[in-house]
Design a protein around this ligand. Structure first.
Ligand code: PEP
Ligand code: MN
Length: 340
C-alpha cells in the first residue's frame, strides 16, 4: 500500500504517518515515485489501514500497492542504478571483472591469484571464506582466517573484495573485512539473512537461486533494499535444468529481461553456471554480448589441487586470454571492460 504525501508535507507530518503505520504492525519505507493525477483522483479507502491514515495532515491519498511499484523495479526508478564498490562502478554501461578462487585455501594461494588476476585487469577479487557446501563432509572454508587473507590481498593489490556470508554471524564478520557481501544461490531466499545483510551498510552481490524466477529474484533484492541497502548487484549463475553436460544452464535471456524489469546492475558467473573450465570463455563472451554489467569468474593457478570446484576454474593465462577477447568484443558493442 502506498500512502501518497503532499509534496509540501513536513517531516513531522511524514513521521506521524510512519508511526501510525508501525503501530498497525507494518513497516514504512520512503519511496519517490511518479504518481499520475488520475491515480490521485481515484480514492481507495476501503482498507482498514487506509481508514486510519487518510485523515492525517499531509496525506493526499492511499493507493493499493502493485508489484510494479517496488524498490528494485524500473517503475520505481527509471535510470540505471550505479553500485560503487571502492572505486569500481557497476551499472555504468561498462563491464566489471571479478576474479579469484572459488574458495580461499591459503594465504599464498589468495595472494598469488590476486596478483595474477590484477595484472590482467580484474577489478574485484572474489574468494569464499565461508563455503556453503552440499555435503557436510566437504571443505567448509577457512572462516575468519580466510577473510584476513582476503584483506591482506586487498592491501597488496588494491582490489576490493567480495566474499560470501552464509548466515548472520558470518555476515557480520564479512562486513568487517570485505567491500561487498555475497549472498549465494542457496541463500537467495533466506529472508532473515537478506534482512540482516541489508542493514550492514555494504553493497551486496545477490546470486540468483538455482530455481528462482525473475520475480522471486527481484523480491529477494527487495528484502535487502527495504532494509536500508540500495546497492544491490544481481548475479545470474545458471539454473537447474535436465542438462547433463553442464552443472547448471546459463540463462542468458535473464539478462535483458532483468534489465527491462529492474534498474539494478546484473552480472554473470559463467563458472558456477557451467561447472566446466572449457565453457567459461565462450559463456563470458555471450554474457557480455547479452548486456551483462560484469563477469565473476573462478581462477586458480593449480586447479587440479583446488579444494573446491577445481574443474570449473580457469588458469591465470586463460583469464588473460579471456580479458583480451572481451575487450575486443566490448569495443564492437561500444562498451568497455573496466580495468584498473
Ligand atoms: C560461489 O560463488 O562461490 C558460489 C558458491 O556460487 P553459487 O552460490 O552461485 O553456487
Ligand atoms: Mn564454487
Amino acid at each position: 500500500m502506498i500512502v501518497v504525501m503532499n509534496n509540501s508535507a513536513s517531516s513531522g507530518e511524514i513521521n506521524r504517518v510512519k508511526e501510525h503505520i508501525k503501530h498497525l504492525g507494518y513497516k514504512p519505507h520512503n519511496v519517490r515515485i511518479q504518481i499520475s493525477p488520475s491515480q490521485t483522483d481515484h480514492k481507495i479507502s476501503q482498507q482498514i489501514i487506509g481508514e486510519h491514515i487518510e485523515d492525517l495532515p499531509g496525506v493526499v491519498n492511499i493507493l493499493e500497492d502493485s508489484p510494479q511499484e517496488k524498490l528494485a523495479s524500473r517503475n520505481h526508478r527509471r535510470e540505471n542504478t550505479l553500485v560503487r564498490v571502492g572505486e569500481v562502478v557497476f551499472g555504468d554501461g561498462n563491464a566489471v571483472m571479478i576474479a579469484g578462487p572459488c574458495a580461499v585455501e591459503s594465504r599464498d594461494q589468495v595472494l598469488e591469484t590476486a596478483n595474477r588476476v590484477r595484472e590482467n585487469g580484474a577489478q574485484v577479487l572474489r574468494g569464499g571464506a565461508f563455503k556453503p557446501r552440499t555435503s557436510p563432509y566437504s571443505f567448509q572454508g577457512l572462516g575468519e582466517r580466510g577473510l584476513e587473507f582476503l584483506a591482506e590481498a586487498r592491501e597488496i593489490t588494491g582490489l576490493p573484495v567480495v566474499t560470501e556470508a552464509v548466515d548472520q554471524e558470518s555476515a557480520r564478520l564479512v562486513a568487517q573485512y570485505a567491500d561487498m557481501i555475497q549472498i549465494g544461490a542457496r541463500n537467495m531466499q533466506n529472508f532473515s539473512l537478506l534482512e540482516a545483510v541489508g542493514k550492514l551498510g555494504k553493497p551486496v552481490l545477490l546470486k540468483r537461486g538455482m530455481s528462482a524466477t525473475l520475480k522471486e529474484t527481484l523480491l529477494s533484492a527487495e528484502y535487502i533494499m527495504s532494509n536500508g541497502c540500495p546497492d544491490v548487484v544481481v548475479c545470474e549463475r545458471g539454473i537447474r535444468t535436465f542438462s547433463r553436460h553442464s552443472r547448471n544452464t546459463l540463462d542468458l535471456g535473464f539478462i535483458p529481461a532483468f534489465k527491462s524489469e529492474s534498474h539494478l546492475p546484473i552480472i554473470v558467473d559463467p563458472s558456477h553456471a557451467s561447472g566446466r573450465h572449457d565453457s567459461i570463455l565462450p559463456l563470458s563472451y555471450a554474457a557480455i554480448g547479452a548486456g551483462a554489467d560484469g563477469i565473476m569468474v573462478d581462477v586458480h593457478s593449480h586447479p587440479e589441487h583446488a579444494k573446491v570446484d577445481g574443474f570449473q576454474a580457469i588458469l591465470p593465462g586463460e583469464f588473460a586470454e579471456m580479458m583480451a577477447n572481451l575487450r575486443a568484443l566490448a569495443k564492437v558493442l561500444h562498451r568497455n571492460i573496466g580495468s584498473i
